[in-house]
Design a protein around this ligand. Structure first.
Ligand code: C2O
Ligand code: CU
Ligand code: CU
Length: 489
């Protein structure tokens, strides 16, 4: 197994002792030799109110000439970026694969029967035509297949894509919005490659425990690319499409950047950060100032679930696996030819403005994310929530429509990105303290490190036939049973 792949590995040593003395090679000559990062193709639904998504097989080369068999929507790998606005949305989902798929609109607040979860499979040769009414604040969302016990494998193969929900007012907000120029979508996925450059997805025992990770990054399904950015302010929409890897993003030169949006929409005020921890399922929009003309390298710290502090770090006892190193994510080169429009950061934005107040809480629930193997859960040795491993036939919770609840989510082992369908929440506390800076906005997925309290608003109905899910977004954990379902009525 290749541990040190062709990606640059900066620093080294044990987690927490990183040094960045080596520095990435960002010389003009090196950057000019790399392929330019491509954006996913655009599928604008604003006029048509529809989009056809066809799940299909494809062939994709990521490294060298190794042709991998992959899945995609309308293309060999991943799917088009859907541009959506509020109002009717009547997509058509078709399946040309010889296995069931679904299309879950992660972050879209629609009724249970339109949510595309595990109860709404589209089998080979069939179609799904949900007729939805979209009504929520602008945000970066995504879609992916969600068939129980197949999600991890099939998303890894490529069945995912992006949604830009827009209200057309980003110029008024002074936000960059030219797709692929100053408004850049980045789907982050780590992959494990074998010596010949083939993607591998063979789950060993440790992979099943902490989720499948790799040390090589694909951005928008591309390996080794450079992102060209105008000399000015660029907006990066980060979508964490990895199965399991937890990132903590920063620029190698430690420049600060502005967090302007989280999962469910804009923050009221941009937050200045130098590091952005995010986990599978989460999205973030940041503004980065490239007006100095200096190139930059986007990096990530090691994954806390895999470093010495995580369970696998302790259990594996193998030196190369013991250390989860910092990795390079993506170099940015400043291209003076590209048009610049936005030259300063906004200081005020407008969030989704949903009312979430602690005094409105009518019900408090405790949810424990259990990994049964280690003695917790009692759910028969599997992954579970409150001791119950996911069962399609069991409704775990019933929620009253139009109410606010407090969910206290805790983990005994590892950190888990916790996601709720059909609802938006705010983080009330983390480990008993005020939420971390990057978790102060409206969200639908949050990394639970120990104990996180959420204020959740349920404004969308879901029936017993088509319930909403809540689950860990480490896809191998979800498939192994760390998921529950609830009705809203
Ligand atoms: Cu992104 Cu239940 O999923
Ligand atoms: Cu979801
Ligand atoms: Cu998990």
């Amino acid at each position: 197994r290749q541990f040190l792949t062709a990606t640059a590995v900066a620093g080294g040593g044990l987690s927490g002792l990183y040094t960045f003395g080596n520095g990435s090679d960002l010389s003009a000559a090196t950057l000019a030799n790399k392929p330019r990062l491509k954006m996913p193709s655009l599928l604008d639904t604003r006029q048509t109110k529809t989009a056809e998504l066809v799940a299909q097989k494809g062939s994709s080369t990521f490294i060298g000439n190794a042709a991998n068999q992959t899945f995609g929507f309308n293309q060999p790998y991943l799917g088009p970026t859907l541009v959506l606005e509020n109002g009717d949305f009547n997509p058509v989902v078709k399946n040309q694969l010889s296995r069931p798929i679904s299309v879950h609109w992660h972050g879209l607040l629609v009724r249970g029967e339109h949510d595309g979860g595990p109860h709404i499979p589209v089998i080979e040769g069939q179609e799904w035509r949900p007729e939805m009414l979209v009504n929520q604040a602008p945000a970066t969302l995504w879609y992916h297949t969600h068939i129980h016990q197949q999600t991890a494998h099939d998303v890894h193969k490529g069945l995912a894509g992006i949604i830009h929900l827009t209200d057309g007012r980003d110029d008024d907000r002074s936000l960059p919005n030219t797709y692929g120029v100053d408004d850049v979508t980045l789907v982050l996925q780590d992959r494990r490659f074998d010596d010949r450059g083939f993607v591998s997805y063979e789950l060993s025992m440790p992979d099943l425990m902490h989720g499948f990770t790799g040390e090589t990054m694909l951005i928008n399904g591309q390996y080794g690319a450079v992102c060209s950015t105008p000399k000015g302010i660029a907006r990066l929409r980060l979508v964490y499409g990895s199965n399991a890897k937890i990132y903590s993003l920063f620029f190698e030169d430690q420049r600060d950047f502005q967090l302007i949006a989280t999962d469910a929409g804009f923050l009221d005020q941009p937050q200045s950060l130098t590091k952005l921890p995010l986990a599978p399922g989460e999205r973030a929009e940041i503004l980065v100032d490239f007006s100095s003309g200096q190139p930059a390298m986007l990096m990530s710290d090691g994954d806390p679930n895999q470093g010495p502090g995580g369970m696998m770090g302790r259990m594996r006892g193998m030196v190369d696996l013991f250390v989860d190193r910092s990795i390079s994510i993506l170099p940015f080169a400043v291209d003076e030819q590209l048009p610049t429009r936005i030259t300063s950061f906004p200081d005020q934005l407008e969030g989704p403005g949903i009312s979430l107040r602690e005094q409105d809480v009518i019900q408090t629930r405790s949810l424990s994310l259990d990994m049964g193997m280690m003695g917790g859960g009692g759910g028969g040795g599997g992954f579970a929530i409150n001791g119950e491993s996911f069962d399609m036939r069991r409704i775990n919770l019933e929620v009253a429509l139009g109410t606010t609840e407090k969910w206290r989510v805790q983990t005994t082992m590892l950190s888990h990105p916790f996601h709720i369908h059909g609802a938006i929440f705010k983080v009330l506390s983390e480990e008993g303290n005020a939420p971390l800076k990057h978790n102060t906005g409206f969200k639908d997925t949050v990394l639970v490190r120990d104990q996180t309290e959420l204020l959740v608003r349920f404004d969308h109905p879901a029936s017993q036939q088509n319930p909403f899910m809540y689950h860990c977004h480490i896809l191998e954990h979800e498939d192994a049973g760390m998921m529950g379902q609830f009705t809203v009525s």
